[in-house]
Design a protein around this ligand. Structure first.
Ligand SMILES: Nc1ncnc2c1ncn2[C@@H]1O[C@H](COP(=O)(O)OP(=O)(O)O)[C@@H](O)[C@H]1O
Ligand SMILES: [Mg+2]
Length: 283
């Protein structure tokens, strides 16, 4: 559904987006994970036809995005990072207006408002909405025409856990309905939970791209940490690699002498791997 080859782009004379290539299959969720300023939103703008001065190929639903026409937007839904809503209109009026711009119609405005938990606020002006309510309305706006491809820019950012959960469940429902989704986030829990594959983006480049599981396993030395009673009957802690468990003579001795108090294993998470691969923290 999406094929990107050797894309380069810069806002200035200095190179920024460099040699970006990837593809996304139908029904797949690809995550762009990276710190603020990495180029995630810029890449989404290229894919959604907002930036047309890129080099290389960014083919979305068979269309080179720089050459898109209005029909392009019948098939894609975009949830921009910053809400684009009419403040003086109510939530319902906003959705009715944007719905009228599409030939293809999806769920009714009432159904969409219900899905995102805004039924009771449907007739309030958007200017009276909180930041989270605007984010939710902006998100549901992307589904008005039941598009095949969704571009979601930081969809759960700034939402309380309950509303973030509602939104993540809708995203997973869309995946079940075979929608193709690219979402950007700097939240590694969201990336791990939602994405089939994740691209680590730093300084306009993709530094790694794989399933969360493979990314973790690529560096993933799972550790075993244990605590035990020493000769003086005081608690001490030690650790070894899971892969090296059978060679840990001390651990084996402690097990055989009943001196183990606790054992647990821990895998590195995507944050650890991100730092390991890119040398940067996610924030
Ligand atoms: N319209 C613009 N003109 C000039 N520079 C921009 C513009 N939009 C974004 N940038 C710069 O490009 C870089 C990447 O921004 P962005 O793609 O929004 O990153 P992210 O979404 O990963 O936080 C930032 O340094 C930002 O200041
Ligand atoms: Mg951004």
């Amino acid at each position: 559904m999406i094929e990107v080859k050797n894309v380069n782009f810069s806002y200035t004379k200095k190179p920024f987006i460099q040699n970006v290539s990837f593809s996304v299959e139908k029904g797949e969720i690809l995550g762009f994970l990276g710190p603020s300023g990495a180029g995630k939103s810029t890449l989404q703008k290229i894919l959604t036809g907002l930036i047309v001065t890129y080099e290389g190929n960014a083919i979305v639903n068979g269309v080179e995005s720089r050459k898109h026409d209005n029909n392009f937007y019948e098939h894609i839904g975009v949830d921009f990072e910053f809400p684009s809503l009419y403040e003086k209109l109510t939530a319902r009026e906003n959705l009715n207006y944007f719905r009228s711009l599409y030939k293809k119609k999806g769920s009714s405005v009432d159904e969409l408002l219900k899905m995102i938990g805004l039924s009771n606020d449907a007739d309030k002006k958007v200017s009276a909405f909180s930041k989270g309510m605007k984010s939710r309305l902006n998100f549901i706006k992307a589904l008005l025409h039941n598009p095949d491809i969704l571009f979601l820019d930081e969809p759960t950012s700034g939402l309380d856990p309950t509303n973030a959960r509602i939104m993540k469940d809708i995203i997973l429902e869309q995946k079940k309905a075979s929608k193709t989704i690219i979402l950007t986030t700097h939240n590694m829990e969201d990336a791990s939970e939602l994405c089939d594959r994740v691209a680590f983006i730093v300084d306009g480049r993709i530094k790694a791209l794989d399933t969360p599981h493979n990314l973790i396993m690529s560096k993933g030395a799972s550790k075993v940490e244990y605590s035990y009673l020493n000769e003086n009957n005081l608690e001490e802690k030690a650790e070894c690699l899971l892969s090296d468990l059978k060679n840990d003579k001390k651990l084996i001795h402690l097990i055989n002498t009943d001196r183990i108090i606790s054992i647990h294993s821990s895998e590195p998470n995507l944050n650890d791997i991100f730092m390991d691969i890119t040398g940067r923290v996610l924030c």
